[in-house]
Write a protein that binds this ligand. Structure first.
Ligand SMILES: *Cc1c(COP(=O)(O)O)cnc(C)c1O
Length: 370
C-alpha cells in the first residue's frame, strides 16, 4: 500500500457510500483513462469480468471462434468458455514471449480456408511487456477481426510511447492482489467507444432497465467494483510510476548479478516498448548448462523463497486438450520451450536489496555446484 489509500477509503466511509456506486468509482475510472489515454474506462470486480464483458461487446457466442495467446494465465481464456465459444491458441515469439504474428497468420490462413474467421483475438501482454501490437493489428485489421488486449500484467508499460492496453478495440487491466497495483481484487475495461462502455456498466449491474421498479430485459452480471475498493485503487494509482521503476530496478539487479552465469537468459525487452517488468522472468538454456529450472526452484524453496515456473501454456492444459494450437514455426513450439526452461523470480516492488541478494546467492550456488 502507498499510504494514500486510507484517505480515499475514509471518504467512502464518511459519506456512507459502501456500495458499487460512489465518487471513488467515478474518479478511479477517470484517473485510469487519463493515465493510459483512453476516452473512458469502466471499473469492474476483476480483470476476468472485464475480458468476459469485452467478449460480450463483440457478440461472441455459442460456436464462435476466438484466437488467444497460449502462454498466459487461464483467466485470459476462461471467459471464451463462459460465452460458449471455442478458443484457438496461438504460440509466442521468442523475443517478447508474446503472441507470434507468424503463428497468428498461420491460424488466419487455416480458418480462412475453412470459411470461418474468429470473432475476436485476445492478445496478452506477458509479465509487463507489450506484444508487437502494430504487426498484430495489421494482420487482424486485414481480416477485419477486433482485438481485445489483455493488459492485466502490463499496466504502466508502453508500446511505441503509448500506454500498453490501449491498442485493441478494448483493453483490460487487473487489480488482483499480485498485480503491479491492487485493489485486493478488481479490474478495468478501457476503450474509445463510450457507448460500448455504457453497455458494460449496464451489464455489470444486473442489466437493470431504466424504470422505477426492478425490470430486466437482458441477462446481467454482478461485476461492478465497490466504492471502497475503488478508493484503494485511487491511492495505488498515485504511485504507479514509482512501482514500475521499483520493479525495473529489481530486474536490473538480478540481470547484473546473474546474467554472467552460463545458460541464464533473461526475458528481453523489445526496442519498441518499455516493460513494467511486473515479473522478472528468465530461461535456463539446456544447451549451455546442466542446471535445470526445476533445480533452481527446489533450491529457492529450500530457502523459503518462492519462485515459479512460467505460465503453463493453455494448449497444454487438460481443460483445453480438444482445442487447436498454432506454433510459431514448424520447427517447434516456443511456449512449450519457455514453459520447460523458464522461471519467475520474486519481483515485488517492496523487495529490499538484502532480500534480492538472498535470491541471487541461492541461484549462484546452484550454478557453482553443477
Ligand atoms: C491476473 C490476470 C488476469 C485476471 O485478472 P483478475 O483480476 O485476477 O480476474 C487475466 N489475464 C492475465 C494475463 C492475468 O495475469
Amino acid at each position: 500500500m502507498s499510504g494514500f489509500e486510507q484517505d480515499y477509503i475514509k471518504e467512502a466511509f464518511d459519506t456512507n457510500w459502501i456500495a458499487p456506486i460512489g465518487k471513488n468509482i467515478d474518479y478511479f475510472e477517470q484517473e485510469i483513462s487519463q493515465f493510459v489515454g483512453t476516452s473512458g474506462a469502466v471499473a469492474l470486480s476483476s480483470g476476468t469480468a472485464a475480458i468476459h464483458l469485452a467478449l460480450k461487446l463483440l457478440n461472441v457466442g455459442r460456436g464462435d471462434l476466438v484466437f488467444c495467446s497460449s502462454l498466459t494465465f487461464v483467466a485470459s481464456a476462461n471467459p471464451i468458455l463462459y460465452q460458449g465459444a471455442e478458443p484457438v491458441f496461438i504460440d509466442s515469439e521468442p523475443i517478447t514471449w508474446n503472441l507470434s504474428p507468424q503463428a497468428l497468420e498461420q491460424a488466419f490462413h487455416y480458418f480462412e480456408k475453412e470459411g470461418k474467421l474468429p470473432k475476436a483475438v485476445i492478445v496478452v501482454n506477458l509479465y509487463g511487456q507489450s506484444a508487437d501490437m502494430s504487426k498484430i493489428l495489421d494482420i487482424c485489421n486485414h481480416y477485419n477481426v477486433p482485438v481485445i488486449e489483455d493488459a492485466a500484467e502490463s499496466l504502466g508499460a508502453t508500446y511505441k510511447g503509448k500506454a500498453s492496453g490501449t491498442f485493441g478495440k478494448y483493453g483490460i487491466y487487473s487489480f488482483n492482489g499480485n498485480k503491479i497495483i491492487t485493489t485486493s481484487g478488481g479490474g478495468m475495461l478501457v476503450s474509445e467507444d463510450l457507448e460500448a462502455l455504457e453497455r458494460v456498466r449496464y451489464w455489470a449491474t444486473q442489466a437493470r432497465d431504466p424504470a422505477r421498479y426492478y425490470q430486466h430485459s437482458r441477462i446481467g452480471f454482478n461485476y461492478r467494483l465497490s466504492n471502497v475498493l475503488a478508493g484503494i485503487g485511487r491511492g495505488q494509482l498515485r504511485v504507479i510510476n514509482e512501482r514500475v521503476n521499483a520493479r525495473r530496478n529489481v530486474f536490473d539487479i538480478y540481470n547484473n548479478e546473474l546474467s554472467s552465469l552460463d545458460g541464464i537468459e533473461f526475458m528481453s525487452e523489445a526496442a519498441f516498448g518499455r516493460s513494467s517488468r511486473w515479473l522478472t522472468a528468465l530461461t535456463i538454456n539446456p544447451k549451455k548448462t546442466s542446471v535445470k529450472a526445476e533445480q533452481v526452484l527446489d533450491a529457492l524453496e529450500s530457502e523459503n523463497i518462492e519462485g515459479r515456473p512460467v505460465w503453463k501454456p493453455l494448449h497444454l492444459q487438460p481443460l483445453f486438450k480438444k482445442n487447436l494450437y498454432f506454433p510459431h514455426s514448424p520447427e517447434g513450439s516456443v511456449s512449450d520451450q519457455l514453459f520447460q526452461s523458464g522461471i519467475c523470480l520474486p519481483s515485488g516492488s517492496n523487495l529490499t536489496v538484502e532480500e534480492i541478494s538472498r535470491v541471487v546467492d541461492c541461484i549462484k550456488e546452484v550454478f557453482h555446484e553443477c
